[in-house]
Design a protein around this ligand. Structure first.
Ligand SMILES: [Zn+2]
Ligand SMILES: [Zn+2]
Length: 235
């Protein structure tokens, strides 16, 4: 399994960088975990966006889903995505429609987003949209994915991927979260835990929503993750 960090910034991109986006590849299957602002351009430097099998979204904060907008425009309006006549000439490709797995209730959020400029169905018409059931494993080609709720400002799920024909290696993406035990349990004994380390110090006021670098390390230690990679921090 190959993991490529397309963007690791928090909710504002670094110069030349991108917000959350992680490409997971295994035996020809390509899954993008999160698609924050800046990710679509980064994705294009690695693979052709029509060759992605699925996009999976951990939660509906802008820095994890906003580039679904340009991605949808590309899938809808790029000339190669519009064979003429409809259905294409013999030998032309069918327009690509990667699957898009979003949290429960997120369809409405995406409609509201597109609806702001009169394009309510932009994203669901571009992708094959599905709201995942966090209690169920989903299969995308050679990969399986499962979900684990983690505490954050909005409903958020950590996502784990592993080969469909084996138990390992396991790649666990912790999404955004405040200090918690749920992620520790979800990620227990994982091969690689990608975990946010947003804060230089704990939030000064209000509810907690993110981790410091020390806390990220503590979660990795408690989960007995074989390897830990910090993400979601600014330069
Ligand atoms: Zn968030
Ligand atoms: Zn975030």
């Amino acid at each position: 399994m190959r993991i490529t960090v397309l963007g690791k910034s928090p909710s504002w991109q670094d110069a030349g960088g991108a917000c959350s986006g992680y490409l997971v590849e295994h035996e020809g299957t390509r899954v993008l975990m999160d698609c924050g602002n800046g990710v679509f351009a980064k994705l294009r430097t690695i693979v052709d966006y029509i060759d992605l099998d699925a996009v999976v979204i951990s939660h509906m904060h802008a820095d994890h889903c906003l580039d679904l907008v340009p991605y949808s425009y590309a899938l809808t309006y790029a000339p190669r995505q519009q064979p003429v006549p409809v259905g294409g000439y013999p030998g032309t490709r069918t327009p690509a429609r990667p699957s898009l797995h979003v949290p429960p209730g997120a369809t409405q959020t995406l409609r509201t987003l597109g609806g702001l400029w009169g394009a309510r169905r932009l994203i669901e018409d571009a992708f094959r949209l599905e709201e995942y059931d966090p209690a169920k494993v989903i299969e995308v080609g050679a990969l399986r994915l499962r979900f684990g709720a983690v505490p954050h400002y909005v409903p958020t799920w950590a996502i784990e991927a592993w080969p469909a024909d084996a138990d390992r290696p396991r790649f666990t993406y912790g999404a955004d979260c405040s200090p918690n035990d749920a992620l520790v349990e979800f990620a227990r004994d994982t091969d690689l835990l990608l975990i946010e380390a947003t804060l230089p110090r704990p939030e000064r006021s209000g509810m907690r929503g993110h981790l410091t670098c020390d806390e990220a390390g503590d979660h990795g230690r408690r989960a007995a993750a074989h390897r830990l990679v910090n993400t979601h921090h600014t330069d």
